[in-house]
Design a protein around this ligand. Structure first.
Ligand code: NAD
Length: 461
């Protein structure tokens, strides 16, 4: 009720004034970045650089929608059915109260960034962060209030998915969910039963392709970040590498050596490459995936074990080879620091293997630019990064981002990521005469219309 009340007043505020809140938040987040990164790291266990990615994401989102939003939300002139006699406008009204359910892995940016677009469009937002990571979202709320967001327009409700999450799904006017495919499938069914719109950002089993004309120096350096950033708990991180036979030995040797140099541990310093997993329980699941793969014949090239000397939630960055299709992690998302390498004889084989999955979130291609672009257009994925792992396509905020197949429904970023939070209204005005109920004799009216249509086919394209 409070969110609905707040939304009505917020919708009266002009878009130009609403965007000021985003631009103020941009500056506040940069100003408070150290304290925000400390909080994210303490809550989630990730490395400093991964925490900085969250700061970057929120800041870039504020800037993108802060500047592009008013243009995207402005009513558009559309072609009416009959020139001169009709005038059509497309308008965008807020949906009302948007429910956002967010996961633990990017507790600051995934809670805030989707909310920013919804708020700019004139909605109120009820946000449920993951129950393991509520503090980063609550800090985001404080900063938004400081940036000028009126009270009640964004509400953060902490608690379990089965209670708070379900209540949001039952009451909101639009649902934005980020999390696992299993939960997403269930919530999408609930949203469709209520006939409300929803956007689902779900899991992935993202492939990387290394072609024989790739720059191996860059590929090796890029691959460790693509696989192990955010401790591998990243929906768009790489869990499968298909490398061309001609460069497979060299790539594998150098990649494994680079992974073995990674610094893993807790702490706020910038030098650590990888922090912990979210919890000991999540680490158990990762260990079980690796044990199962080994039991099915996979070889551990590096890692493959818990790092108990660092804590209960640390798992070594792990590279596997010879993973058979019978192993669970061959096709299932691990959501941890585990990747396997498969050697392929051609790019066609690499593309076939990359697409042979129920997911379609992100893919990465390392190759000479022309080769890479040819491969990219054959991949079934919402984002393809050429000569990078995941960051550039994610950060290209002017373009849509989201999953094919079981990786999602709908898109974030770009025009779609904003307009999905609106109801569209087609306002068409007729001028001079009524189009249908007019005084013309009906036969004459039909003949005149037919002649107009004939002319229209030639002149109105
Ligand atoms: P999850 O589905 O278990 O939980 C996500 C959120 O949903 C949490 O806030 C949780 O409390 C809530 N939730 C759980 N059950 C619910 C229910 N029945 N009703 C309402 N809410 C419920 O996901 P997770 O394991 O915490 O997150 C990891 C998953 O998220 C991975 O699969 C990852 O790939 C995916 N992910 C996707 C993206 C993306 O943009 N596509 C981004 C980040 C994470």
């Amino acid at each position: 009720m409070a969110a609905r009340r707040a939304q009505r007043s917020w919708a009266e505020v002009s878009v130009r004034r609403r965007r000021k809140v985003l631009l103020a938040l941009h500056d506040l987040v940069l100003e408070h970045r150290d304290e925000i990164m400390d909080l994210i790291q303490d809550e989630n266990g990730k490395s400093r650089l991964s925490a900085f990615e969250e700061v970057l994401d929120v800041v870039l989102t504020c800037r993108y929608y802060g500047y592009a939003g008013p243009r995207l939300l402005k009513e558009k002139r559309r072609r009416g059915p009959v020139p001169v006699f009709t005038r059509t406008r497309e308008q965008y009204a807020p949906r009302g109260v948007v429910g956002i359910i967010a996961p633990f892995n990017y507790p600051f940016s995934l809670a805030l960034s989707d909310a920013l677009a919804a708020l700019l469009a004139g909605n109120a937002v009820v946000l449920k962060p993951d129950s393991q990571t509520p503090l980063s979202a609550l800090r985001g709320l404080e900063l938004l209030r400081e940036a000028g967001l009126p009270e009640g327009v964004l509400q953060v409700v902490t608690g379990a998915g089965a209670e708070v999450g379900q209540e949001i799904v039952a009451q909101c006017d639009y649902l934005m969910f980020t999390g696992s495919t299993a939960t997403g499938e269930k919530l999408a069914q609930q949203a469709s039963a209520r006939l409300i719109g929803c956007s689902m950002e779900l899991g992935g089993k993202n492939p990387m392709i290394v072609a024989d004309d790739a720059d191996l120096d860059r590929a090796v350096e890029g691959a460790w970040a693509a696989c192990f950033s955010n401790s591998g708990q990243l929906c768009i991180s790489i869990e499968r590498i298909y490398v061309h036979r001609k460069v497979a030995d060299e790539f594998t040797r150098r990649f494994v050596a680079r992974v073995e140099q990674m610094r893993v541990g807790p702490g706020h310093d910038w030098e650590t490459d990888m922090g912990s997993q979210i919890s000991p329980e999540h680490t158990d699941k990762i260990a079980a995936f690796v044990d199962d793969a080994v039991a099915h014949g996979a070889r551990v090239l590096t890692g493959g074990r818990r790092l108990r000397e660092l804590g209960d939630a640390f798992f070594a960055p792990t590279v596997l080879a010879d993973v058979p299709p019978t192993a669970d992690l061959y096709s299932q998302e691990v959501f941890g620091p585990v990747v396997y390498i498969e050697v392929v004889d051609s790019l066609d084989a690499a593309v076939d293997r990359a697409n042979d999955t129920e997911y379609g979130l992100n893919a990465s291609v390392w190759a000479a630019p022309r080769t890479a672009r040819g491969v990219a257009e054959r991949l079934h994925a919402g984002t393809v990064n050429i000569n990078e792992g995941y960051a550039p396509a994610w950060s290209a905020l002017d373009a849509p981002m989201g999953g094919w197949k079981k990786s999602g429904l709908g898109r974030r970023h770009g025009a779609h990521g904003l307009l999905k939070y609106t109801e569209q209204r087609n306002v068409t005005q007729t001028r001079f005469i009524n189009l249908l109920a007019n005084r013309l004799p009906r036969q004459k009216y039909a003949d005149a219309m037919a002649a107009a249509l004939q002319a229209g086919r030639r002149f109105l394209r």
